[in-house]
Design a protein around this ligand. Structure first.
Ligand code: ROI
Length: 166
């Protein structure tokens, strides 16, 4: 039997109900995802909300995961964790959230389906994605060849505070 494994990058975000604990517990839950193992976890960062400002600051982090799941199977596993943590999917799109788990990259795959858009849209402009990605994987490239380090150096960082090595 051959199993091909892929390295996926996952973004984590929370700004409700003790967000540091939410993110740490989410990492524990991700460790239990079948056919997958975490390779590295970034520091936790405090960031100002992108979008409406009348919400609390976020805790953000990213991690890399080696997995033999398909992208949709990984999405199902992550959404099950979001639901377990009390995420209400109807929450307004740009509003506060208990836990957000996004597949940022899945190997070099480009996916545009109803449920999944990979690379995650907007990731190249989001400091709370690029800075932690560059921390754990400075040589990482997007499927189109763009370099994470140069993207992260070129954005204007206005709100990120590194809290702790995980
Ligand atoms: N802003 C920050 N700083 N971090 C997030 O994870 C985040 N997630 C979101 C929106 C509402 C766009 N803003 C965010 O979904």
């Amino acid at each position: 039997m051959t199993t091909t494994s892929t390295i996926a990058y996952i973004g984590l975000g929370s700004n409700l109900s003790e967000p540091i604990e939410q993110v740490k517990n989410a990492i524990k839950a991700i460790r239990k995802i079948t056919q997958s193992s975490i390779l590295s976890v970034s520091s936790l960062y405090l960031s100002k909300p992108m979008g409406p400002q009348d919400q609390d600051n976020y805790i953000n982090a990213v991690l890399s995961l080696e997995t033999s799941l398909s992208p949709i199977e990984l999405l199902d596993a992550l959404q099950a964790i979001e639901n377990e943590f009390g995420r209400v999917r109807k929450e307004n799109r740009w509003g506060a959230r208990i836990l957000d788990l996004d597949i940022l990259l899945f190997g070099n795959q480009v996916i545009n389906s109803e449920r999944l858009v990979i690379p995650h849209y907007g990731m190249t402009e989001r400091e709370f994605v690029l800075i932690p990605l560059a921390e754990i994987s400075p040589l990482l490239q997007l499927p189109n060849g763009q370099n994470i380090s140069s993207l992260s150096q070129n954005i204007s960082v206005n709100s990120m505070i590194k809290l702790s090595e995980y």
